[in-house]
Design a binder for this molecule. Structure first.
Ligand code: ADP
Ligand code: MG
Length: 250
């Protein structure tokens, strides 16, 4: 589905990505994890073609992502940017349906898809005419998700989708989002700085540090055979209490 080959990306003198190679298979859910500033969001922006790599190639469904091909290929990707990125002057409904309107879908098709997504994301339909500022963090998150799913993409990219949600709502949303991902059966790449969340959502976790991939695998692999002390240190620094017991038994 997606193949990334030796990607490097700098912002001026800052090397944000230093040779990233990755492969995501169709139907798989992959989590990108790592400390703030390690390059997770940069990698996502490259995957959707919003940024161009300095070196390396990205292949999506067998075709190379270039400046020329990226706008068409992006229609097959749903992207939830970090902090949601909703337009404050558009209502929930207008935010969710923006791309479909832009592509000239007819009203019936838009309404049908919107209501399918309202059900899927458990968004309260009496709030569709509200503006983002009038919605809770969880509701805004659902709208961002609806917007990403509107065109029924093959690949769903979620950059810290639950980052702006309060801890109480978060665990409920995690459960719902996981169910939704399973039900959709789509290929999903999810960014989080939370190792527990990565493990909860994904088939495979990719741990990054300073623009490089440190290790890839599931939590058990990372705990039992860490490739660097950073792996154990990173896991140990996670706030989730349940890890300490896993660490003891690893
Ligand atoms: P993460 O999502 O893992 O927190 P980012 O990909 O956002 O990391 O950032 C990686 C590094 O690149 C950080 O040091 C960040 O400050 C820097 N960076 C990100 N975006 C820009 C930009 N537009 N211009 C300059 N530096 C940037
Ligand atoms: Mg980020």
């Amino acid at each position: 589905m997606l193949r990334i080959e030796n990607i490097c990306k700098s912002y001026g003198n800052l090397k944000a990505l230093r040779g990233i190679s990755l492969q995501v298979k169709s139907g798989e859910t992959m989590a990108l994890v790592g400390p703030s500033g390690c390059g997770k969001s940069t990698l996502m922006r490259l995957m959707v073609g919003l940024l161009q790599p300095d070196e390396g190639d990205i292949w999506f469904q067998g075709k190379r992502l270039t400046v020329q091909t990226s706008s068409t290929m992006r229609l097959k990707m749903g992207y939830v940017i970090q902090r949601g990125g909703l337009f404050p002057h558009l209502t929930a409904q207008e935010n969710a349906t923006l791309m479909a309107q832009h592509l000239g879908w007819n009203t019936k098709r838009i309404t049908q898809q919107l209501h399918r997504l309202v059900t899927l994301t458990h968004f309260p339909s009496n709030r569709l005419k509200h503006y983002p500022a009038q919605l809770s963090g969880g509701q805004r998150q659902r709208i961002s998700l609806m917007r990403a799913l509107m065109l029924d993409p093959d690949l769903l990219l979620l950059d810290e989708p639950l980052g702006a949600v309060d801890p109480l709502t978060r665990s409920r949303l995690q459960q719902q989002l996981r169910n939704l991902i399973r039900d959709l059966g789509k290929t999903v790449i999810l960014v989080t700085h939370d190792m527990a969340e990565a493990e909860f959502f994904s088939d495979c976790t990719v741990l990054m540090k300073q623009g490089r991939i440190v290790q890839q695998g599931n939590m058990k692999d990372l705990l039992q055979s860490p490739k660097q002390t950073f792996v154990t240190d990173f896991i140990r620094s996670q706030p989730t209490a349940s890890f300490s017991s896993q660490l003891e038994s690893a």
